[in-house]
Design a protein around this ligand. Structure first.
Ligand code: NAP
Ligand code: SF4
Length: 684
């Protein structure tokens, strides 16, 4: 049972009546495609994955999308629910969730023209920019068959023990494609007038309600903002919400943006709660509960939105990957122990796009519950030293201490965090503050003996009687061999991001990896506003920059983007001949590149650096000698491992464990560091 701190989050933790169901609080774990189905024992994995979130207090869970017919599959490996045998296989999932006091509904999703299958189908034959396969327009009879397919899928979900279904009508999938003229040029009863374009969604809801009865929880996910040209206006969205309510929906969930939209909707560049206005508009149009979603990652923010009346329930998907116990911790007055989703997409969406099962950068256990539950329990209590309180060292120290080991954590700096402290300086990456807070709390809670400002020596470590010594001393920024590298114009990214060095107006950045791009963004960031209205100001700035029109009449919620006056001239350089930005995150890199392009960042490949002097940076670009007249040159040329201590220990006959950047500097990121630190700790 949750010990409810209703005084802190009175609205979030209050029950909500949805149709025939009473939900224990107002948190929804939103649908995520996890690709856990592609691993062995998928049902065991999914059951454990969802059950942990139900145990952690999520009131209602929505599964990933199940296609109601073969042409609705996202791709050939995606899940489908069309036979009683498949329904039978799914039974352990709702059983496991119910055993933990939660409720779970199955998402029915037809991907329409987004399907990566041989012949996708759609409302029309209009192709999408994100799928090279053109869709075939469904015949009228096939559309009526689609109503049957959705209803049949819902019946099968009911027979498997699910409490209901979510009918997926947003994100540009099939039902969304029917609702707008952008993708619907039909002339039958499913095209033309707004009633006709809404007919498929409405008939699915009506028939599902009639066939499955009043006990079955029926959620419809409406696209509250399409973010594409030719998308719906607020009035059209309100009318659809009203029509699905009248047809029998119990609750409306909201989705933001089609997958082909050119505006980021959930990445870290999106300010928290940037889309609440769209859910609030839907709420004003209907009397059934409405769910708000996207970039809501703390209980405080969820509470504030619900208390304001903008929505009745909050959908959080990635935050439940990051911490299965999100609700339980909030309810027990331990909100500061929540492992917060930092909206990086690195181990969830970026993995799914390359057909890897999802996990989480801040929580390597996510999606791997089966594997972690099989780890042997701790055998003996060990005395452990961890040297370096960056991401790898922190993950190792906190997890080892949580397992009951006696852990001492040494950090040469006056604060924990290592490279995380640099990342948090980058615009949008302030979310890393939450990770630092989580680790800080973990250190205190599990009794890690933290020695700040303490540079551990091999001799001292060797004589202290540790059973295990973990070297997590991280990396040193690489200094390239360029004539004049010691010139006062030259600064390292570490000095710049930590505030120890300042940049002039004209800047060259040597190295166009992840950090080079981050540094360019740091150099070009807009003025920030502090104070009570800082969050609102950030949202307004985001809407202006990306061309989001919050006025109800705007079709698709779009307006032209505003011109940006960059505060600096930045040139981003690399030696490789390829286009810069290849190493950036799949689902976040495009937004970062667009942000820099709007600020006129010049990107140059194929460079050979010759020398640096008072005039600037002398280089060859594709063999041609050039001078870049700049005030500052920032070095972002990768890193080398800082592992001298490990070598010194070996000389004393001690074999340490070496993790994170100290083990391998190439392709180091917080994802690998945290995963490695956590797994090592769990092996002690
Ligand atoms: P990186 O991605 O390996 O980039 C290093 C850059 O330095 C490359 O552009 C490389 O390009 C250049 N370089 C390497 N050696 C050089 C030398 N001797 N002289 C001049 N240039 C040199 O490393 P990073 O940018 O430091 O990032 C570290 C890790 O953090 C990476 O794994 C990265 O993916 C991750 N990260 C990712 C993001 C993100 O995705 N947004 C943000 C931050 C960090 P050339 O060799 O072609 O010149
Ligand atoms: Fe959130 Fe990043 Fe974890 Fe995805 S990988 S759930 S975005 S913290």
């Amino acid at each position: 049972m949750l010990n409810q701190h209703t005084a802190t989050f009175p609205t979030l933790l209050s029950p909500l009546k949805v149709g025939a169901h009473l939900l224990r609080n107002r948190t929804l774990m939103g649908s995520m495609h996890t690709r856990l189905e592609s691993l062995d024992r998928p049902i065991d994995r999914l059951s454990l994955f969802y059950a942990e979130r139900a145990r952690g207090g999520a009131a209602l869970i929505v599964t990933g999308g199940y296609a109601p017919c073969p042409n609705g599959l996202l791709d050939e490996t995606a899940p489908m629910l069309i036979t009683p045998e498949q329904a039978h296989t799914l039974k352990p999932i709702p059983r496991a969730v119910h055993a933990e006091g939660g409720k779970i509904i199955l998402q029915v999703m037809h991907t329409g023209r987004y399907a990566k299958i041989a012949q996708p189908v759609g409302a029309s034959d209009i192709p999408s920019r994100i799928n090279p396969r053109a869709p075939r327009a469904l015949s009228t009879a096939e559309v009526w068959q689609m109503v049957d397919d959705f209803t049949r899928c819902a019946e099968l979900a009911q027979s498997a023990g699910f409490d209901g279904v979510e009918i997926m009508g947003s994100e540009g999938y099939l039902l969304n494609q029917f609702t707008v003229t952008r993708t619907n040029n039909r002339s039958d009863e499913f095209g033309g007038s707004i009633e006709n374009r809404h007919r498929l969604a409405v008939e699915i809801v009506r028939r599902t309600r009639t066939r499955l009865g009043p006990q079955f929880l029926l959620m419809y996910r409406v696209s509250a903002l399409d973010l594409v040209e030719g998308g719906a206006t607020a009035d059209e969205i309100a009318r659809l919400a009203q029509a699905v309510q009248a047809a029998g929906a119990d609750i409306i969930n909201t989705g933001i943006g089609w997958h082909e939209a050119r505006i980021p909707t959930i990445a870290y560049v999106v300010p928290r709660a940037a889309w609440r206005f769209a859910a609030a508009r839907v709420k004003r149009a209907v009397s059934i509960p409405v769910i708000v979603s996207n970039r809501i990652n703390t209980p405080d923010l969820a509470e504030e939105i619900l208390a304001s009346g903008d929505a009745d329930m909050v959908s959080m998907a990635r935050p439940f990957l990051a911490d299965a116990d999100f609700v339980r911790k909030a309810a027990q007055g331990r909100a500061d122990e929540i492992n917060t989703c930092i909206a990086c997409n690195q181990a969830c969406l970026d993995y799914i796009f390359v057909e890897r099962p999802a996990t989480c950068l801040v929580n390597p256990r996510a999606g791997r519950e089966l594997e972690f539950s099989q780890l042997p329990p701790r055998a003996v209590r060990r005395k452990v030293a961890v040297v370096g309180a960056g991401a790898a060292g922190l993950a190792c120290a906190v997890n080892a201490a949580e397992r009951g080991h006696a852990v001492t954590l040494y950090e040469a700096e006056r604060e924990i965090g290592g490279q995380l402290n640099l990342a948090r300086a980058v615009p949008g990456k302030q979310e890393f503050d939450e990770l630092l807070r989580y680790f800080r709390r973990g250190v205190a809670r599990h009794g890690v003996a933290l020695k700040l400002g303490a540079r551990a020596s091999a001799k001292a470590l060797a004589s202290a009687g540790y059973d295990r010594i973990v070297i997590a001393t991280g990396v040193r920024p690489r200094t390239p061999q360029i004539e004049g590298i010691g010139h006062p114009k030259v600064v390292s990214y570490a000095d710049l991001l930590s505030g120890r060095a300042k940049a002039g107006r004209r800047v060259a950045v040597i190295g166009a990896g992840g950090i080079g791009f981050d540094v360019a963004e740091f150099l070009l960031q807009d003025e920030h506003r502090d104070g009570a209205d800082a969050a609102e100001h950030a949202i307004a700035r985001f809407h202006t920059e990306w061309g989001v029109d919050t006025s109800p009449a705007a079709a698709g919620g779009l307006k032209p983007t505003a011109p940006v006056t960059p505060p600096r001239e930045v040139t981003l350089l690399q030696r490789k001949p390829e286009k810069p930005g290849r190493s950036l995150g799949l689902t976040t890199g495009w937004a970062l590149k667009a942000t820099l392009a709007r600020r006129d960042v010049r990107m140059v490949s194929g460079c050979t650096y010759e020398r640096i002097d008072d005039a600037g940076l002398h280089l060859r670009i594709d063999g041609q000698a050039q001078l870049l007249v700049v005030d500052t040159i920032v070095i972002c040329a990768g890193q080398d491992s800082d592992n001298a201590l490990a070598a010194e220990l070996r000389e004393l006959g001690i074999e340490p464990e070496v993790i994170g950047g100290a083990e391998r500097a190439a392709e180091l990121d917080a994802l690998r560091a945290i995963d490695q630190g956590t797994r090592l700790a769990l092996a002690f």
